[in-house]
Design a protein around this ligand. Structure first.
Ligand code: NAD
Ligand code: DAU
Length: 361
């Protein structure tokens, strides 16, 4: 018999959002959690040191595409829910090498769904009812908005534009089909851009912070007027917890920050915070380091989430403002140079060369 104290299985719990989710879960809920992560370049066990020795926390290094391993974990731990975050997540990498995105995001989700289905089908009827498969997805599945368009709603058609977005859209469709065809109690969340501590510095905010501190040029793709709807990662993790507890099987919930910002504005705000927090820096004013570079191919112009359904049905709203969230984020990066140093050695340099060499004017 599964209970609220039964474990949950998290995939991708060593990544950016996943490690925040695991830390928050162990602090706020405290029931057992099994973390399955392959530890790609984006996975970092250092993020999880505070819980590594906690009773109830188990880390398993492995691939979601490994059916036998997933089946074994389900049989051994008998989870009451799966929170599926594991993915290749960086749009620019998907443009350079889309194959890995299809393998992990589409095929990996398929393997996980199939293993979950065979476990779930054997559960007693009452447990089948309460079991949940929470699939963590992105607003990028909806494509790009024009300036006056209404923000994305759950009913909008999928129009993915990058290989990453297409692979996530495909995985969302698989989850939908496993609910419709087999009755698997799935819940899907589609979230906007996250930011916060421990984000790998290939994404805009940590990349800019890392480079600005060292007085290096800050690459702005194209005209910098692309709009993103930024959400503090802690708010996203809370949304996932409530979606798990209150989300209705078969439903999708859009999660966002009600916080549309043009990239130029976001980077300007970051630079102003660095000017304030590093009064002795020779690189002040940091905003003068901004440099326009060649645009991302197929670059989505605007994302914006209508999160009314999550507010209405889950009782969730973000609590962090952009100002408070950015302040926490910048403070964390300035206080943890060793974390940045560790993740930016080795393979990181090769990625920077691959992505930015082709953008030089
Ligand atoms: P991330 O790239 O930081 O972390 C991904 C994690 O998945 C890593 O720990 C990696 O080792 C693991 N992983 C990758 N392939 C795996 C495999 N085959 N088997 C097991 N583990 C594997 O990603 P993130 O930014 O934390 O995003 C997490 C999830 O949230 C993704 O599904 C992403 O699509 C979604 N999402 C992200 C954002 C965002 O702004 N970062 C916004 C909305 C949705
Ligand atoms: O919208 C949710 C998505 O947000 C998630 O699903 C993805 O996993 C996550 O990576 C993120 O995708 P983006 O492509 O929006 O994030 P990124 O940080 O790569 O870029 C944010 C914006 O900044 C985007 O318009 C591209 C721009 N940019 C990015 C980089 C890395 C630059 O102008 N310069 C840069 O060097």
């Amino acid at each position: 018999m599964l209970t609220q104290d039964s474990p949950i299985l998290v995939t991708g719990g060593a990544g950016f959002i996943g490690s925040h989710f695991v830390l928050d879960w162990m602090a706020e809920v405290g029931t057992p959690l099994v973390n399955l992560d392959k530890l790609t370049y984006a996975g970092n066990l250092r993020n999880l040191e505070p819980v590594a020795q906690k009773p109830g926390y188990t880390f398993v290094r492995g691939d979601i595409r490994d059916r036998e391993l997933v089946l074994e974990l389900l049989k051994t731990h008998r989870p009451r829910a799966i929170v599926h975050l594991a993915a290749e997540s960086h749009v620019d990498r998907s443009l350079v090498g889309p194959g890995e995105f299809l393998d992990t995001n589409v095929h990996g989700t398929f393997v996980l769904l199939e293993a979950t289905r065979s476990y779930w089908q054997e559960l007693p009827a009452a447990d089948r009812e309460t079991f949940r498969f929470l699939h963590v997805s992105t607003d990028e599945v909806y494509g790009s908005l024009k300036p006056g368009d209404a923000p994305f709603e759950e009913t909008f058609a999928f129009r993915p534009n990058s290989p990453y977005a297409a692979s996530k859209a495909a995985s969302d469709m698989l989850v939908r089909a496993w609910h419709k065809s087999y009755g698997l109690p799935t819940v899907v969340t589609n979230c906007s851009n996250n930011y916060g501590p421990m984000q790998f510095p290939e994404k805009l905010l940590p990349l800019v912070l890392h480079r600005a501190v060292h007085g290096e040029p800050l690459p702005i793709y194209g005209d910098g007027q692309q709009v993103r709807d930024w959400l503090y990662v802690g708010d996203h993790c809370r949304a996932l917890r409530v979606a798990l507890e209150r989300g209705k099987p078969g439903q999708t919930y859009n999660i966002g920050g009600w916080n549309e910002q043009a990239n130029l504005n976001t980077v300007t705000m970051l630079c102003a915070l660095l000017d304030e927090m590093l009064p002795e820096s020779p690189h002040r004013p940091h905003a003068r380091l901004m440099q326009s570079v060649a645009d991302r191919p197929g670059h989505d112009r605007r994302y914006a989430i209508n999160a009314s359904k999550a507010e209405r049905e889950l009782g969730w709203r973000p609590v962090e403002t952009f100002e408070t969230g950015l302040r926490k984020t910048v403070r964390w990066y300035l206080d943890h140079p060793e974390w940045v140093q560790e993740v930016t050695s080795g393979a990181y340099r090769e990625w920077m060369e691959t992505n930015y060499a082709q953008r030089r004017g």
